[in-house]
Design a binder for this molecule. Structure first.
Ligand code: NAD
Length: 486
């Protein structure tokens, strides 16, 4: 399947209409595997945002009072349409993001699961009552939408991450303004078209394309009551502080540096297969990517040998080609940034075991970096500290599990962490002592399902209530307590 993008400059979706941005500023949307120009994305301005805020505010009033099962029925229809368009959506993800088709197909599934969870709104939004808090006195809690919610999303999951936000926010009775990543803006428009086809009233979901100007507008606008953000750590921190300063609820999911501890008793074949997939899948551009392996004791040598062998066997290329595992990184700038990290690793004394720079060319086009492996990495090195967000895996050697946990906990991030072991006792020690919010045992990408919260810790998350699960319902609703005497 190939994708034909109809417009040169894509449009915003406001109040149920496709509208040209009033801004003359645009950015090119490029297929990172072929460098083909797909479209231009407008860098919208505050005039565009004002229109969207007014449309959302108006729609939120009637939508918030629409019976919850009626809202849920539209989500059921939306789920059906997403399933029917699964292949088209996956193809579009690969075309604008570069990840392999298989990964994109899986991403669509993750998005659909969020819609399925949100369709449970009638149960999720239930309140609670206590009939007798004193003689003839009753008390109850009722849950309501909060009004208009803004969402700001990253390039690496054009479907899944927006689906962490708007389906649940909308099922809970809110109107939503989404600002997708300007690097992967195309899929969001398709998601909006399909939601309209499912029967969503005009103005309930709006899309305003752009960059920091729209982000700042969302953070400052008085009619926007809450902001959901997913992206890099510095922007997440900025969004958290600025939104809070403007009196808004905010959840800001940020960057990561996920450690995988491999114990001497691990099933090595399984560990290697999982780590390779977690480190190099989606070209390492995943907030749950494995970026550091902590090899415990004498597992280091055989592990390194097997990881190198497996990395050598990966097929690099255009993600739309069936056999391809590793696609490009998102832009030339990201490729250059990755190369400068590889140079920094060498300069700081890490041992470059496999150099992805040698795989960089693919038919002379695209932003490719091959799987890169560093051994003898230490916590003083930049390649250990920073999120590189590319197919670069660092190996650190330690002698005990306690040392491995202590080292992992030194990271400023705490998104995910994994352990590979056959011992329940090791797994328990890891679970109890690791400072990270999403844990994997003998599993490489422990991203929770939509009905659980996506639970980063430390600088991987700013806020109180996480995305998805009951946390998401709490975030997108407010409560009334009633105490009554009759
Ligand atoms: P990014 O921070 O560059 O961009 C995210 C969003 O913020 C985009 O919509 C962008 O337009 C906007 N933005 C960027 N710079 C801004 C600025 N200076 N002011 C205001 N807005 C700005 O992130 P990205 O490169 O698109 O995505 C990758 C990052 O997202 C990685 O750090 C990754 O770990 C993180 N991420 C985290 C999770 C999670 O669940 N914790 C999930 C996916 C991605």
């Amino acid at each position: 399947m190939t994708i034909n993008i109809k417009q040169t400059v894509i449009q915003n979706y406001i109040g149920g209409q496709w509208i040209e941005s009033s801004s003359a500023e645009q950015e090119a949307v490029i297929n990172p595997a072929t460098e083909e120009l797909l479209a231009y994305v407008p860098l919208s301005n505050r005039v565009d945002l004002e229109l969207a805020a007014a449309a959302a505010q108006k729609a939120s009033v009637s939508w918030g009072k629409t019976a919850v099962p009626r809202r849920a029925r539209i989500l059921f229809k939306y789920q059906q349409l997403l399933v029917e368009h699964w292949e088209e959506l996956a193809t579009l993800i690969t075309t604008e993001n570069g990840k392999s088709y298989e990964e994109a197909y899986g991403e669509v599934q993750r998005g659909i699961e969020c819609v399925e969870f949100a369709a449970g709104a009638p149960s999720l939004m239930m309140g609670r009552q206590l009939p007798d808090i004193a003689t003839n006195l009753e008390s109850g809690m009722y849950r309501y939408p909060i009004g208009v919610v803004g969402g700001i999303t990253p390039f690496n999951f054009p479907m899944m991450v927006p689906c962490w936000m708007f389906p649940l926010a909308i099922a809970c009775g809110n109107a939503f303004i989404l600002k997708p990543s300007e690097r992967t803006p195309l899929l969001a428009n398709r998601l909006a078209e399909l939601f309209a086809e499912a029967g969503l009233p005009a103005g309930v979901l709006n899309i305003v394309h752009g960059a920091h100007e729209i982000v700042n507008g969302l953070l400052e606008h008085p009619d926007i009551k809450a902001v959901s953000f997913v992206g890099s750590q510095p922007v997440a921190e900025y969004v958290y502080k600025t939104a809070a300063a403007h009196g808004k609820r905010v959840q800001a999911l940020a960057g990561a540096k996920n450690h995988s501890i491999v114990m001497p008793d691990a099933d090595l074949e399984l560990a290697v297969q999982q780590i390779i997939s977690a480190a190099f899948g989606s070209a390492g551009e995943r907030c749950m990517a494995a970026s550091v392996v902590v090899a415990v004791g004498d597992v280091a040598e055989p592990l390194l040998e097997k990881l190198t062998e497996a990395a050598d066997a990966l097929t690099i290329g255009n993600g739309l080609d069936n056999e391809v595992f590793l696609g490009p990184v998102i832009r030339e700038s990201q490729k250059q940034r990755t190369i400068s990290y590889i140079e920094a690793g060498i300069a700081e004394g890490a041992v470059l075991v496999r150099d992805g720079r040698k795989d960089a060319a693919y038919e002379g086009k695209g932003y490719f970096v091959g799987p890169t492996l560093f051994d003898q990495v230490t916590t003083e090195m930049k390649i250990w500290k920073d999120e590189i967000f590319a197919p670069v895996l660092s190996i650190v050697r330690v002698t005990t599990l306690d040392e491995a946990i202590e080292l992992s906990n030194q990271s400023e991030f705490g998104n995910g962490a994994c352990i590979y072991t056959r011992s329940g006792s090791n797994a328990r020690t890891f679970r109890e002592n690791i400072e990270s919010g999403m844990l994997g045992v003998n599993l490489g990408v422990p991203a929770p399902m939509a009905f659980f919260p996506f639970s980063g810790w430390k600088n991987s998350f700013y806020g109180d209530l996480h995305a998805n699960g009951q946390d998401g319902v709490e975030f997108y609703t407010r409560k009334k307590m009633i105490t009554a005497r009759w």
